[in-house]
Design a protein around this ligand. Structure first.
Ligand SMILES: [Fe+2]
Length: 171
């Protein structure tokens, strides 16, 4: 079984396939984030998820723009990788009663998603440049910056939690 499908022969095919995959992934994320917002108890985490939901909706629109610039219709290809990450993240979180542990699990799940997206967008940008589509690369770069900023924010939240726990232990 081919990872990219029988119709993939050129770098251009790979690029379009990648766009379809991340377009699907962004929709799955838009559908999952409201559940994560409901579950999160830490207000900063909740607000971060709310902000990222708005960003993700806009990221879908950016992808539609890139499809159009590239002369292709916006379309989705199922991505088992993001399905697996979201399933694992939600499955773990839904079993946890302790609020702090639940928030930690949600933030961990969100970071797994961000790392997946950073890998996807990083590769798509490199391919876009290789194909001479610096215009597409620039738009995809705006999204990559948002994903990286979200990842950094999640790391800061985790760090703050570790520091709080250490303070409580000292007290
Ligand atoms: Fe995204």
């Amino acid at each position: 079984m081919s990872l990219f499908g029988a119709d993939t022969h050129t770098l251009d095919d790979l690029f379009v396939h990648g766009l379809k995959t991340i377009y699907y992934a962004e929709r799955q994320i838009v559908e999952t984030l409201p559940k994560m917002i409901d579950m999160a108890t830490n207000l900063e985490l909740k607000a971060g998820f709310e902000q990222h939901l708005r960003e993700t909706e806009n990221q879908r629109r950016r992808l539609e723009q890139v499809f159009e610039m590239h002369g292709t219709t916006a379309d989705e290809t199922t991505c088992p990788a993001i399905d697996g990450i979201l399933k694992a993240a939600n499955g773990t979180a839904s079993d946890i009663d302790d609020k702090q542990v639940l928030d930690a699990a949600l933030a961990f799940g969100a970071q797994m998603v961000e790392h997946y997206e950073i890998a996807q967008y990083g590769t798509l940008i490199a391919w876009a440049r290789e194909l001479g589509r610096t215009d597409c690369a620039r738009i995809l770069g705006e999204t990559l910056d948002e994903e990286k900023a979200t990842d950094a924010k999640l790391s800061d939240l985790a760090e703050a939690r570790v520091n709080r726990a250490a303070e409580l232990q000292r007290a």
